[in-house]
Design a protein around this ligand. Structure first.
Ligand code: ACO
Length: 352
């Protein structure tokens, strides 16, 4: 008996930054970003708003949709790569923000696969009888992660000036990954389901041998002190990404995980109605479609409007599809993702 999703909610900031806006702060073009990644625009919160606040907004909407009150929640799972503070984790802030009782609140750090792991954890808590109702949140505020400094305000139109040559040179150096990300949050409420509905099978994987595909080399407790000017001057607080390597692994391992969960429940891959896949790059999604022999209808995309929202992507896309009436009762939905770590996998779900 798998856990079912009884409510969903999202929170997306109002501030939109288009590819054209980015041309004001780096050497790039709408054509390059759109054709290589599928991203047309992304959204950013106001400075000072953190992932916890955005996550609380999404979770409130999900709880209202599920018609549950805070005192009915037994556990909280929050996935983020961009917590408000280095320590403690974000889930305590989300618990407090939602006014939940002092329930168990878990932090998940699986980056783009964070929400996939959250689905499995919530299903396990419910399946083992340790929780009746679990709130799951995926939330990201990537603005502080981007190396744009004061020129951020030039991109958003808040600063009425052009980027300086030095700002432009620096932003151009980091353009291959910085154009991909945007802010957003998504949430779900999960409860015990009926027979043959809800989470049917899960396949999660981790391979630390792929750590170097994308990682932040500095600002960690292996160093003493864990942060210093040398690390910042050396830009060790910014991610290093092997874009081609990520592409290759994501296109291979997401379809493999989808096949694993289909096999586990004894269905053919083409019986899956909808694949809700991590939105890192439209070309990766195109590769996944090709591997699975599926159309764009079956493996939909919203990356054009949000960019990569890391742990928020899966609940954000699922919410939009449900709102659009594309998730119908009885449908087989497969969630899948690949992300830094590397962590990847799939969760097969039947909509009640
Ligand atoms: N605008 C204009 N030109 C750019 C940009 C940009 N934003 N970024 C890179 N370029 C240039 C490069 O400098 C390079 O120029 P050169 O040939 O003169 O040296 C040229 O474009 C080609 O660069 P590549 O890196 O080879 O471009 P590629 O076609 O591989 O695309 C990309 C790069 C989009 C990052 C691609 O590799 C990719 O999407 N990989 C997957 C990455 C990903 O999914 N990341 C997700 C983040 S984390 C996660 O989800 C785990």
């Amino acid at each position: 008996m798998g856990a079912i999703i009884t409510g969903t909610g999202i929170a997306v900031p109002d501030q939109v930054v288009t590819n054209q806006d980015l041309t004001r702060i780096m050497d790039t073009s709408d054509d390059w970003i759109t054709s290589r990644t599928g991203v047309r625009e992304r959204r950013f919160v106001e400075e000072g708003v953190g992932s916890a606040e955005l996550g609380v907004q999404a979770a409130r909407e999900a709880m209202a949709a599920a018609a549950i009150q805070p005192d009915q929640v037994d556990a909280l799972v929050t996935a983020t790569m961009t917590p408000d503070y280095l320590a403690p984790g974000i889930s305590a802030l989300v618990q407090h923000g939602l006014g939940l009782p002092a329930v168990a609140a878990f932090d998940l750090r699986q980056q783009c696969s964070g929400f996939l792991y959250a689905l499995d954890l919530a299903d396990s808590l419910i399946g083992s009888g340790r929780a009746e109702t679990v709130v799951l949140v995926g939330t990201e505020v990537h603005g502080g992660f981007l190396p744009w400094g004061a020129s951020f305000d030039v991109a958003t139109g808040r600063a009425n000036r052009e980027a300086t040559p030095a700002e432009r040179e620096r932003n151009t150096r980091f353009r291959s990954w910085s154009v991909l990300f945007g802010d957003g949050a998504g949430a779900m409420v999960m409860r015990r389901g009926g027979e043959q509905t809800g989470v049917l099978a899960t396949s999660l994987h981790t391979d630390g041998g792929q750590f170097n595909l994308i990682h932040v080399p500095g600002v960690g407790f292996r160093r003493r002190p864990y942060v210093d000017h040398g690390q910042l001057d050396g830009e060790l607080h910014l991610p290093i990404m092997d874009g081609a390597g990520l592409y290759r692994q994501a296109v291979r391992l997401m379809p493999e995980a989808v096949r694993e969960v289909a096999k586990a429940v004894g269905v053919e891959v083409d019986e899956i109605d909808l694949v809700v896949a991590h939105q890192a790059n439209d070309r990766i999604l195109e590769g996944v479609r090709k591997q699975l022999g599926m159309t764009q209808e079956k493996v939909p995309s919203n990356i054009a409007r949000y960019g990569n929202t890391t742990a928020a992507t899966l609940p954000l896309l699922f919410h939009e599809l449900r709102q659009a009436g594309k998730v119908k009762p009885g449908m087989l939905v497969c969630f899948t993702s690949f992300g830094a770590g590397a962590h990847w996998g799939a969760v097969l779900y039947r909509e009640p």
